[in-house]
Write a protein that binds this ligand. Structure first.
Ligand code: 5RP
Length: 220
């Protein structure tokens, strides 16, 4: 199986976590797109979905899945999304697609985060993938200086504006030995909207697809 087929296998396995009659939180990216396509086949069983990006909202709407505004949702049993990296504690780096802030918000409302990945995303230590940080445009230089002081090398994602009208700094070269601590530290820099570290609220379940099948890993 190639990488895209593995992403699809993980995404299809996540359909087992969808609860009939409930609202599903939906992530962003190529793996999440496979999940959206799968969700379309069972759309009559669910109430609808909350999307974590404009792109996912468009794809869900094209399939005829009913979309909800997060503010109108009180209960969401599950959020399903991919990741750029995931470690043994199910902490993640996300935001390769730039949707990290909305992903974090939708995930925060859900009871369970189900992460869907191909096996290449599992790492012993987070940080080889540059950490995306969404920043308010006027704070770009200030935040970049602070991230440099933390040992990273921030680079502005060229020609990219988030769904929230902000910028992304991709931080290279970080040694992430304490994902939750670093997440809290970055969150406290004035002008940061969110970082792509999902450690304080990591995944509850990882569906990791490899040639041998989809492995189900629970948060320790
Ligand atoms: C988007 C994300 C994605 O989940 C992450 O980039 C993984 O993407 P893909 O499924 O395309 O490999 O965080 O902001």
């Amino acid at each position: 199986m190639n990488q895209d087929e593995l992403k699809r296998a993980a995404a299809i396995a996540a359909l087992d976590y969808v609860i009939d009659g409930e609202i599903v939180g939906v992530g962003t990216g190529s793996t999440a797109n496979h999940f959206i396509d799968g969700l379309a086949t069972i759309k009559d069983r669910i109430r609808g979905a909350v999307a974590s990006s404009e792109a996912s909202a468009r794809r869900l709407a094209a399939h005829g899945v009913r979309l909800f505004d997060l503010n109108d949702v009180e209960r969401m049993p599950v959020y399903v999304d991919g990741a750029d990296e995931i470690d043994a504690g199910l902490a993640m780096i996300k935001g390769g697609g730039g949707a990290l802030t909305r992903e974090k918000i939708v995930a925060a409302v859900a009871d369970r985060f189900v992460c869907i990945c191909d096996a290449s995303k599992r790492v012993a230590r987070l940080g080889r993938f540059p950490l995306p940080v969404e920043v308010i445009p006027m704070a770009r230089a200030h935040v970049a200086r602070r991230l440099t002081a933390l040992g990273g090398e921030p680079r502005l994602r060229q020609g990219f504006v988030t769904d929230n009208g902000n910028l992304i700094l991709d931080v290279h070269g970080l040694e992430i030995t304490d994902p939750a601590g670093l997440e809290a530290e970055i969150d406290h820099i004035a002008g940061v909207v969110a970082s792509g570290l999902f450690a304080m609220r990591g995944a509850n379940v990882l569906l990791l697809a490899a040639a041998e099948g989809v492995e189900r890993i629970l948060r320790p």
